[in-house]
Design a protein around this ligand. Structure first.
Ligand code: ADP
Length: 168
């Protein structure tokens, strides 16, 4: 079954210079990248992304974490990617490993590179969508249709008057 999944290299992954390692591990899946960009994550985007955790005691910390507020000013960014291909969701989840890096298989990405902070937060270096419904919601939240090189979901066109920044 052809699927898409959203992968985010989180601020700890970028700070630890793990981007190359993580992408190399993900290339084991033979999935194709159909979208990629560096994003400075706003609180609104983070809260929307983690809406399923809003009642958890660690919600505020998870929002701060993905916004890069725990890793210094120069790491207030993430790398967002969309992978496409056969059973993409399960393949990436399996490679990523369990949410808690302490219990994740030691050969998984989170097992290899993640850590449990002294404050009890799971710093697990990447996000990947959990199921098809989440994947569609997350991909539409993080990417606009034109930023993805395949037609994944139905689109519509709207007319709007815009002010846009362009190169001088
Ligand atoms: P996943 O990222 O594996 O899909 P969740 O969506 O449940 O898992 O959680 C989102 C993120 O919140 C996790 O990746 C992790 O960084 C953090 N997190 C989840 N559960 C906990 C927890 N019990 N304690 C601390 N941090 C957590």
């Amino acid at each position: 079954m052809r699927q898409q999944t959203l992968v985010i290299v989180k601020p700890d992954g970028l700070k630890k210079s793990l981007t190359g390692n993580i992408l190399s591990r993900l290339s084991e899946t033979k999935l194709r990248i159909v979208g990629a960009k560096v994003v400075k994550v706003s609180r609104e985007l983070a809260a929307e992304h983690y809406q399923h955790l809003k009642d958890k005691p660690f919600f505020e910390d998870v929002v701060k974490y993905i916004c890069g507020e725990l890793h210094g000013e120069e790491y207030r960014r993430v790398l967002a990617l969309v992978y496409d291909g056969e059973n993409a969701i399960e393949k990436v989840r399996k490679l990523a490993g369990a949410t808690n890096p302490e219990t994740a298989d030691s050969t998984s990405i989170r097992g290899q590179y993640g850590r449990l902070t002294t404050a009890g937060l799971f710093e697990n270096v990447l996000h990947c969508s959990a199921n098809e419904e989440d994947a569609a919601r997350e991909i539409k939240l993080w990417f606009e249709p034109a930023e993805i090189i395949e037609d994944l979901y139905p689109t519509t066109t709207i007319e709007m008057k815009i002010t846009k920044m362009v190169w001088k």
